[in-house]
Design a protein around this ligand. Sequence first.
Ligand SMILES: [Zn+2]
Length: 501
Amino acid sequence: MANFIDENFLLKNETAKRLFFGTAKGLPIIDYHCHLSPKAIAEDKPFEDIARMWLEGDHYKWRIMRANGTPERLCAGEGPWEEKFVAYTSALTKAAGNPLQQWSHLELQRIFGISEVLTPHNALKIREEANRVLATKRISPRSLLEQFNVNVICTTDDPIDDLHWHKAIADEQRAGSAFRTKVLPAFRPDKAMNTADIVAWNTYIDALGTSAGVEIGSYAALVEALSRRHAYFHAMGCRLSDHALLVPVFMPASESELDAIVRSARNGTALSAKEQAKLMTAMLSHMARLNAQKNWTMQLHIGALRNVNQSLYAAFGPDVGGDTISDAPIIEPLASFLGMLEAEGTLPKTILYTLDPTKHLALATLAGSFCGTKISSTGEAASPESDASSRPSRSEMGTVQWGVPGKVQLGAAWWFNDQKDGMERHMREYASVGLLGAWVGMLTDSRSFMSFPRHEYFRRLLCNAIGEWVEAGELPDDPLYTESVVRAICWENAASYFGML
Ligand SMILES: [Zn+2]
């Protein structure tokens, strides 16, 4: 029997151990999508309480607590931290197979050096011990980013954000700060595109107009405001946009139609479903074109059906654990959208995430249909629209014109899929219809500075999967097929794909 989370955790064969300890373990991290607070990094206040670090705002944990019958005052409510901590450990004892059970113990080991198994009986003693470690080691946002060798993080930011904290950190680094992690923004214009609540949309569009210095009364002004904020974010080092889509839509409309829609919306008239879809299609296309121009990557997070528990939403607002997986069809409108961009030569690097794991295979095949090498009328590969200078020329490579590896790709197993079974399935499916070695790999998507051991968790599973193929005689035991692929997925691909280093 293996020991619980020992050094060979998740590494079930010798090749896996060789790949993890020899290659993956020491590589830096590029966390290209997360929800960490740039303000917390700029201020760098030391943490004081593991209970707050674990349970403040962590809806993953609240979900298993609620499932354990924990009263709401100990989940999203205002109950005492001591009671919350004990209640969480009580849920944890029943969480066999749930990633929280392993993540929590991994965090205890890696951050606090505590290897004891958490139970409600020793919870308070472990909390005390962990808090002593926080104080004596002065553990803070920056110390955790340094401990886990995080080279780059991309936060998630609204276009109207002035990026004050990002600037403060960058200024400090330019002045010679010892803190070297690049903290870059990512552009998330969801509020500009979501017109379902016309009052909320108008309030937001007023703020967008102010921040961009544009009076938004027409469609042209609306996209001009977004373009200006995109340019500002670019100057601040941003290289990714991010978009949440419950269901992708594709409904092209003429400029005059779009203008009429925006004028009517700006007058406070609620939009029909068709009008909403037309405006969303146009704005997302505009974003894609801006991204292509600036060589950014567009991330589409598809299929999160949010706030299905209305009483929870009424009491605590969004992001409190009342979300679920949508099983609505997504592929056809998305295929039309990507196809249109490809045809007009404005398809940016794109990462497609879905919350519905049954769609991973379909989404991976869709991604694989767009490789970024345009074909001329004579059938020859023509030069792609971006980044041509960094690739080998035709004369160097014979007849092959290289594009961006993995230009459109399937994103990492997301949210409810970010667990052992989900990640293993995701990698197998990606590999079976796509090019696993061109993948940009793992991200935390987290709001917690303690989440970085999840990169280790992922790397162990990746090494184990490749190790299993090697040991079964299904993959050559040749470093070009093994070590190189592990290094690429854990580090090199993200480093070259996003262009942020
Ligand atoms: Zn996210």
